[in-house]
Write a protein that binds this ligand. Structure first.
Ligand code: F6R
Length: 357
């Protein structure tokens, strides 16, 4: 039940700190070390390449997860949209491991790929919120998200849970291979949990951003680079599906190759700036859109913030920043939809679980 919350979406956004704590607990052994089933780590270690296959928000979580698998565990990783993969399979490596990411575990597009790669004799790991779901039953291995039931059509806590579980998987695989990732993941995830709580406590500020920037607009652009680019794509998906504002997430550097033509006087541009290595370049992109009349909303991270930023998230490890910055975009999308009179929990034309291809 949604209890005192006006909508399931708001409830589920608010449940993210609890979901993170659950995940931290479920993936820990009695000595306080991260743990993942040995067979799963073996499957990851034996693979010469990981193929992440998913749809929608789960695909967007896969983009972030790829960075952990490559940068921490050193495993080449590709992320594919299930409905494309099934009709246009890329050349596969010799020892592929398939990771299916699916909140519901019932998505038909993803299942079609699972059936196809099982027929080829490949190994599959499903990361899902629903134990006993189709994708879980038909895969060789399963990792559960432990986010609790997600009712709202717009996925929120499943996305952060997917990223958290992927980070743990990559970290344990790296440890098993004797690789020092340079990150002490458990305390860093604990920091993320309290940073998410801070953002949720600032919901009124997110509501103000929604009304200041999005109350009457036709369109909205999200820009970011590297990890922030992936969060921008997810922020745009969330905003469009519940508020019906036409929204797109772009890599900051791609703007000048076309999209900047769409910037007009007053066009809202939400820029994410949580990554040190690209902080100057994303801020350069903000200047480019401002020069064309854009109304910039800058969401940065403590330590990288500059005067005039719209909102500053608490400092966390920058590889984990998506877990925090995405919550600002979830709340902004929620309040934008609310103020525009849209049905937040049941957006038109969408179903929670897409069981047709
Ligand atoms: C967006 C959303 C969808 C789902 C997608 C995949 O908020 O909910 O994009 O993420 O349909 O669903 P699952 O994860 O159940 O496979």
């Amino acid at each position: 039940e949604k209890g005192t919350y006006a909508h399931y979406m708001l409830k589920e956004i608010n449940e993210q700190p609890a979901a993170m704590r659950n995940i931290i607990q479920e993936y820990q052994d009695e000595n306080g070390n991260l743990k993942i089933d040995e067979d799963i780590i073996k499957a990851v270690r034996e693979a010469d390449r990981v193929y992440i296959v998913a749809c929608g928000t789960s695909f967007n979580a896969g983009l972030v997860g790829k960075e952990y698998l490559e940068k921490w565990a050193g495993i080449p990783t590709e992320v594919h949209v299930a409905s494309e993969f099934v009709y246009n399979m890329p050349l596969l490596s010799k020892k592929p491991l398939f990771i299916f990411i699916s909140q519901s575990g019932e998505t038909a597009d993803s299942r079609a790929v699972l059936v196809a790669i099982k027929a080829l004799g490949h190994t599959a790991l499903t990361i899902t919120n629903v134990a006993g779901s189709t994708l879980s039953r038909e895969a060789d291995h399963t990792l559960i998200l432990h986010a609790g039931p997600e009712i709202a059509v717009a996925s929120t806590k499943a996305y952060t849970a997917q990223i958290a579980v992927l980070s743990i998987l990559a970290q344990v695989a790296a440890q098993d291979a004797g690789i020092d990732t340079g990150i002490d993941l458990l305390p860093e995830l604990a920091k993320v949990t309290s940073a998410i709580t801070t953002v949720i406590d600032d919901a009124e500020l997110m509501e103000k951003i929604a009304t200041d920037f999005l109350e009457t607009t036709r369109n909205c652009f999200f820009i970011g680079r590297t990890m922030d680019y992936y969060v921008g794509v997810e922020g745009a998906l969330k905003l469009k599906e519940i508020s019906y504002i036409q929204a797109e997430g772009f890599a900051g550097g791609e703007l000048k190759h076309g999209t900047i033509a769409l910037i007009e006087e007053g066009t809202p541009v939400i820029a994410l700036a949580t990554q040190e290595g690209v902080n100057l370049s994303i801020r350069g992109n903000v200047k480019e859109v401002v020069a064309r009349g854009a109304n910039p909303c800058i969401i940065s991270m403590d330590g990288l913030n500059q005067e005039g930023d719209t909102y500053v998230i608490p400092h966390v490890h920058e590889m984990l920043a998506p877990l925090v910055s995405v919550v600002t975009t979830q709340l902004i999308a929620y309040y934008a939809a609310l103020h525009r009179g849209a049905d937040v929990d049941k957006p038109r034309n969408l179903a929670k679980s897409v069981t047709v291809e």
